[in-house]
Design a protein around this ligand. Sequence first.
Ligand SMILES: NC(=O)c1ccc[n+]([C@@H]2O[C@H](COP(=O)([O-])OP(=O)(O)OC[C@H]3O[C@@H](n4cnc5c(N)ncnc54)[C@H](OP(=O)(O)O)[C@@H]3O)[C@@H](O)[C@H]2O)c1
Length: 257
Amino acid sequence: MNTPILDGRIALVTGGTTGLGFGAAQRLIDEGATVYITGRRKDVLDEAAAKLGPSATGIQADATSKSDMLRVADTIKAAHGHLDILFANAGGGHATPLEELTEQQIDSELSINVKGVVLTVQSLLGVLRDGASITLNASITADMGLPGFAVYAATKAAVRSLARSWTTDLKHRRIRVNSISPGVVPTEGYGHVQKMTDDQISAYAERVAEEIPAGRVGTAQDIGDALVFLASDSARYITGIDLVVDGGMTRVYAGKN
Ligand SMILES: NC(=O)c1ccc[n+]([C@@H]2O[C@H](COP(=O)([O-])OP(=O)(O)OC[C@H]3O[C@@H](n4cnc5c(N)ncnc54)[C@H](OP(=O)(O)O)[C@@H]3O)[C@@H](O)[C@H]2O)c1
């Protein structure tokens, strides 16, 4: 049997309790990594860590809190001395017509998608080993004009920009920094953040699949596979990129001629 490609690696996935973060944590574990996941809701965190099994540890932490993220770094340092893989995934947002956008929503999306990503990477720098891999979760919305998603899209454009800047900031430590831009991947967040019902999610997924060259919406495993690749030695010469994982949705015309 081949040795799993991330055998012995230590990984952290912020927002690893549901959706893309949970799927990424699962794939990292499949490939041999020991994985730490974070989230704010303790019950959801405990349930996710139990589902992921003995290679996973949950740490309750808010990614927008520097003291929480320093505590995460200290916990990993005490247990392993270093971190090999960081997936700054915690984030989210929902569609709101421009006229109805509140200060609270603007602050909240900037806070989790930009401030949280900066604090996560900054707080973990002391435990990340030289040559480590950092991946930020961005979004295809960064270069689309989706109705109601202006602020969310702007925060994800910022995430892509952060990945490029940090590639140079961390060059002296050979730390690779990339982002992933997922396409449409129905997750728990579509329900509790975007306030869509199960029926609305299914109808949306069916409709949008017609516009996706791959013929379907994405899955958490699709994104987890991309993360595993970027975190692995196979991506040793890849840094500063944005890897679009959207079934071709934003690059290819899938309509009928
Ligand atoms: N699903 C998609 O179609 C899609 C497409 C493009 C990009 N993305 C990006 O992918 C990432 C994950 O999205 P998802 O769809 O998987 O959403 P999700 O199912 O709602 O999962 C979000 C995760 O982040 C955690 N979280 C939220 N705020 C947090 C905070 N302040 N501190 C720590 N953890 C926090 C949540 O747990 P708690 O609420 O308990 O903290 C949960 O674990 C986001 O960055 C999102 O923008 C998603």
